[in-house]
Ligand binder design. Structure first.
Ligand SMILES: *[C@@H]1O[C@H](CO)[C@@H](O)[C@H](O)[C@H]1NC(C)=O
Ligand SMILES: *[C@@H]1O[C@H](CO)[C@@H](O)[C@H](O)[C@H]1NC(C)=O
Ligand SMILES: *[C@@H]1O[C@H](CO)[C@@H](O)[C@H](O)[C@H]1NC(C)=O
Length: 545
């Protein structure tokens, strides 16, 4: 799939040409007419002016073509910036916004947050960069009379793919940026199993951030704000058996992510983890240089000053399914296309860190409805035993990774299943109601805990991660074992339902309303991210630029 880099370039060229033609052509016309009057110095001055404009604004323009966003007046320089809206939007449920002036931006229903003030929040309007890069016919509009975008000359983030060849000898295209290998910042050995260990009360280092200090948390996970009284669940450190976890250093990690894209792909638990990651990192990004945008199946945290993004992409089965709408997906009759992944996977190309998961959506039924090979509609499906369907899907996924990911550039992770805590009798609390009222982890529990999880799926995912993608290493991350003990960590009744925080009556009825799937933040997913952090920073990395 080496055409990706080329396609990206040409699409940028397309976007640039379309938008730039007017301003640039206009200037050209002006200079020629002046030259007709025999005034060469003016021509030279004109060219000089254009060059100056490119030099002055080139960086802005470049970042905008790469990370388009409903950016409003930047606090630092007071200039207005450009919004790039891809054509694709027309087919989505959103109205195809042309230009979003700051005052037109409405407060989003979701808690996406811009730094400045309430009315500057994007109306889920920011734009996926991938889609922008791939659609040559973008509509590009400027909010001011500033020079229009200029074609990116040499993509510093070029995403050359060479599947099948183990060592790309030379980048095919001339790359402005040079490649440097960054040595590992941490020394935690791969051989240390971070999954085995115990929870240790630590109220001096934890929580790693404060609920009220992370503006990016959604009300699904802000348990204290939603009425939870005990906060001990925030204060547990994970102590692996064979080594120590490092402290989370947001600055160090942001430096590693400079110029990079980090993406979680999967279901709402991966979104839970994405929120955690954003909150862990955001303190290292200056105020006014970060915001979250929502577009289609993606939520993107932009760390503007690092040219970095931390993204979430909704694909609850990884492959295509009838539940792929990020808003309308509470479908009882879930149907998947076990070998169709391309439409999703197009959005994963060129990402530097890919973190996948898929589990909870499989647990509704014993069999999975899978569209038959050659089936034309969702109706044409077979019922397949869950584990068989899971194996098929993971194989489809691993094949895609193997054939499309550049292992020199991209690290791939698969998060194991996040456990549910709905049966308190299992952990010896016959008076419990689901996970409500649980305020402590299981500290002295030895042996297995029967929480109703499908461990076959765990082993299947582990095996596929290890074996099905020989060219591209996939790191299987066991979060299940540590999280099993954390019956205290779920959002329970301190969460939202259909967009609204549970009211007193609902909170009084945990048997019906307690969510024992998702996790409060700060909380358990911070530790999952600490595991990713540990693995990533204990390995050397390639930096382009
Ligand atoms: C930490 O916990 C201990 C024991 O519960 C308590 O005595 C101490 O005051 C706590 N410290 C902080 C900073 O909360
Ligand atoms: C990132 O973008 C900023 C401005 O947007 C620029 O100053 C900086 O040089 C860029 N850094 C890299 C590595 O591209
Ligand atoms: C995973 O692989 C191991 C060793 O190769 C094998 O014993 C086991 O049965 C496999 N498990 C599954 C679920 O495929």
């Amino acid at each position: 799939m080496n055409n990706f880099a080329g396609r990206r370039k040409s699409s940028l060229a397309g976007a640039g040409a379309g938008a730039g033609a007017e301003a640039f052509g206009g200037k050209h016309a002006m200079t020629t007419s002046l030259r007709k009057g025999g005034r060469l110095p003016v021509y030279v001055a004109g060219v000089f002016f254009v060059l100056c404009v490119i030099v002055m604004y080139g960086e802005d323009i470049r970042s905008l073509t790469r990370v388009p966003a409903p950016t409003v007046t930047d606090a630092s320089d007071g200039r207005q910036k450009v919004v790039v809206v891809p054509r694709r939007d027309i087919s989505s449920s959103e109205k195809p916004a042309a230009v979003l002036h700051r005052n037109e931006l409405e407060k989003p229903k979701h808690a996406a947050v811009l730094h400045h003030s309430e009315q500057e929040k994007p109306k889920r309007a920011a734009v996926l960069h991938r889609s922008e890069q791939e659609k040559p016919k973008n509509v590009v509009t400027t909010t001011t009379t500033e020079p229009a975008p200029v074609v990116e000359k040499a993509a510093t983030k070029s995403k050359t793919k060479k599947p099948g060849s183990k060592k790309p000898k030379k980048p095919r295209r001339q790359r402005a940026a040079k490649k440097t290998v960054v040595p590992p910042a941490l020394g935690v050995p791969e051989s240390c199993d971070l999954a085995k260990g115990r929870w240790v009360f630590d109220n001096t280092s934890y929580p790693l951030y404060r609920e009220e200090e992370c503006q990016f948390l959604t009300s699904q996970v802000t348990c204290m704000k939603n009425g939870r009284r005990d906060d001990t669940y925030q204060k547990w450190r994970w102590q692996p058996k064979g080594c120590n976890m490092p402290r989370f250093d947001a600055k160090l990690f942001m430096e590693r992510l400079r110029g990079k894209r980090f993406m979680f792909v999967g279901d709402s638990l991966n979104r839970n983890q994405w929120e955690s990651m954003v909150c862990l990192l955001q303190s290292a990004v200056s105020p006014g240089k970060k915001y979250v945008s929502w577009e289609g199946q993606s939520i993107v945290f932009h760390a503007w000053e690092f040219n970095a993004t931390v993204e979430f992409y909704w694909a609850p089965f990884l492959v295509e399914s009838n539940s792929d709408d990020p808003k309308i997906h509470s479908i009882q009759d879930r149907i998947i296309k076990a070998d169709t992944i391309a439409a999703h996977a197009e959005n994963w190309r060129g990402v530097d860190y890919l973190v996948f998961n898929t589990y909870i959506w499989w647990m509704n039924t014993l069999n999975m409805k899978v569209v038959r090979p050659g089936g034309q509609s969702w109706e044409e499906h077979d019922e397949v035993v869950r584990i068989e369907a899971y194996r098929k899907v993971l194989t489809t996924w691993a094949n895609w990774v193997n054939e499309n990911v550049d292992p020199a550039r991209t690290s791939v992770f698969f998060m194991s299943m996040s456990p549910l805590h709905i049966s308190p009798q299992v952990w010896g609390n016959p008076d419990g109601i689901r996970c409500a009222k649980e305020t402590m982890p299981l500290l002295d529990w030895h042996g297995p805990l029967w929480l109703g999880m499908d461990w076959d799926m765990f082993h299947e995912a582990n095996n596929v991660s290890r074996a099905a993608s020989p060219r591209v290493p996939i790191t299987f991350v066991d979060i299940t074992t540590m999280s099993e003990r954390r019956k205290d960590g779920h959002t329970s009744v301190h969460t939202i339902r259909q967009g609204k925080v549970l009211g007193p009556e609902e909170q009084a009825d945990p048997g019906t309303y307690a969510d024992c799937i998702h996790w409060c933040l700060p909380g358990v997913p911070d530790i999952w991210n600490l595991v990713l952090y540990t693995r990533i920073l204990s390995r050397p990395a390639v930096q382009f630029g």
